[in-house]
Design a protein around this ligand. Structure first.
Ligand SMILES: *[C@@H]1O[C@H](CO)[C@@H](O)[C@H](O)[C@H]1NC(C)=O
Ligand SMILES: *[C@@H]1O[C@H](CO)[C@@H](O)[C@H](O)[C@H]1NC(C)=O
Length: 443
């Protein structure tokens, strides 16, 4: 990971998860896609749709919680879009069967009722199609498939109708061209924030399929920070505090300087205003919600009371849902200090998904027979994400790609006679060899 801030930052950020509570009943935009339900339907329909979206949003947030718990074991900054990851996995689930489908359904916390899930995803993805000039929030899914791989018609249709994911045929035998097509799609759908998800070296002739998702958000704070109030301040990490304490003990005369000379500084922005806020004594933390213009997205910041309180807060959050926290917030006047920062991360997801019980995706035992007739397995799933937070607002993007290979047993499907070979001419009716020869060099 590349870190703009110190590796030892002591606070926690939940970005993508907070886009979803805005989809509570009544907040869902009317579906516009090919398979979307019409707003002129029977009166009961909107509430069914809201229920379905609610179930998927909740499932997505439970997956987010699990994923964060696994990823947070690493040290340092972290940024992930759980929604982007779960979109790729849900698309994978759509084409998986038997045990693989069960494992994915359970890791994604999907409801049992298949139609309910399909309906929920369709409504969720459609809600991102709604255009609001005040906020830019987009989500796109795409299928890149090796030319010649027989993509199942049902999968193609469901991916299109439910995930609004078109399918592009790509010539993976030319990795440079394939990488260009994929990365161009990623670049366009992240507004240029992510230029490359996979390099040509990461794609190979064995690549048969790539399922991709991209999320982009740009929003302006409803209450902007006044940049004249931003100032360079020490960022108090447990390590900096310990170093400062040691320096202080060694030379009490330098006590005033101890923190400043032992901590990295950040540009600390400030604003005072009315915000949804709560003290959470049980969690030894405070929660603050900073809404963006447009009322669809907000940033929820959870700040531990203690400088070294983040690991305890993270552990406590493994048993809580974001919606429970949001329900405790009340609008109050708050004096807010928040660093201006940016993060750019690359998150390989294979290991994390293995810990979440999805190891089976990555070996030949996986059953993706709903996607294609040839046996394939997921070779790699990777996410890149960026965020920039400043006085005006926030810009964040993420792209996730799941790369599928043909299983080894099926490698004979690659027939590239670019080296010496033998040949026979057979009479198929009698089974006799009419001619036999070899080709070792062009004449
Ligand atoms: C879904 O399929 C329809 C009909 O073939 C097509 O017009 C549309 O562009 C597809 N949607 C996407 C997202 O590619
Ligand atoms: C594939 O992964 C699953 C789940 O981790 C495991 O149970 C199974 O033994 C693995 N199969 C092979 C062939 O490695």
């Amino acid at each position: 990971m590349v870190h703009a801030l110190s590796r030892r930052t002591g606070w926690l950020l939940l970005v993508a998860a907070v886009a979803l509570p805005a989809l509570a009943p009544g907040g869902v935009a009317a579906p516009q896609g090919a398979g979307g339900s019409s707003t002129a339907g029977p009166p009961a329909e909107p509430s069914l749709r809201d229920q379905a979206v609610g179930a998927i949003a909740r499932a997505s947030n439970l997956f987010a919680r699990d994923l964060y718990q696994v990823l947070s074991k690493q040290t340092g900054n972290l940024l992930v879009s759980p929604l982007s990851a779960s979109a790729v996995l849900a698309l994978t689930w759509l084409g998986s069967a038997r045990q693989t489908a069960q494992q994915l359904g359970s890791a994604l916390h999907l409801p049992q009722d298949y139609q309910h899930v399909i309906y929920g995803y369709r409504a969720l993805f459609n809600s991102f199609q709604a255009r609001d000039s005040r906020v830019r929030l987009s989500l796109a899914n795409r299928v890149f498939v090796r030319r010649g791989l027989g993509l199942r018609e049902d999968f193609r249709r469901l991916a299109n109708e439910t995930f609004l994911a078109g399918a592009d045929e790509v010539d993976f035998s030319r990795p440079a061209d394939a990488a260009f097509a994929l990365n161009e799609w990623v670049r366009v759908n992240t507004n240029g924030k992510i230029e490359e998800l996979f390099s040509e070296d990461q794609l190979s002739e064995s690549t048969t399929l790539l399922l991709a998702n991209a999320v982009y958000f740009k929003g302006t704070w409803q209450t902007k920070f006044d940049s004249t109030l931003t100032s360079e301040q020490p960022f108090r990490t447990p390590k900096a505090m310990a170093a400062a304490a040691a320096a202080k003990a060694a030379d009490p005369a330098k006590a005033g300087d101890a923190l400043r000379s032992n901590a990295r500084t950040v540009a600390l922005m400030s604003v005072t205003g009315d915000f949804p806020y709560a003290r959470l004594p049980d969690l030894e933390a405070q929660a603050l919600r900073l809404p963006y213009v447009g009322d669809r997205v907000s940033m929820l910041v959870l700040l531990p009371d203690a400088v070294d309180g983040l690991p305890r807060l993270e552990a406590a959050l493994s048993k809580l849902e974001v919606s429970t926290l949001l329900a405790q917030l009340h609008v109050e006047e708050v004096n807010v200090w928040l660093p201006r920062f940016s993060l750019h991360t690359t998150v390989p997801l294979n290991g994390a998904l293995q810990e979440l019980g999805l190891g089976g995706l990555f070996n030949g035992s996986a059953d993706f027979s709903g996607i294609a007739s040839s046996p394939i397995f997921m070779n790699e799933i990777l996410q890149k994400a960026t965020i920039e937070v400043n006085e005006e607002g926030t810009e964040a993007s993420a792209a996730t790609g799941g790369v599928f290979f043909l299983t080894a047993a099926d490698l004979y499907n690659f027939f590239r006679a670019d080296h010496p070979f033998m040949f026979f001419l057979l009479d198929d009716q009698t089974g006799t060899v009419l001619f036999q020869g070899r080709f070792v060099e062009p004449e």
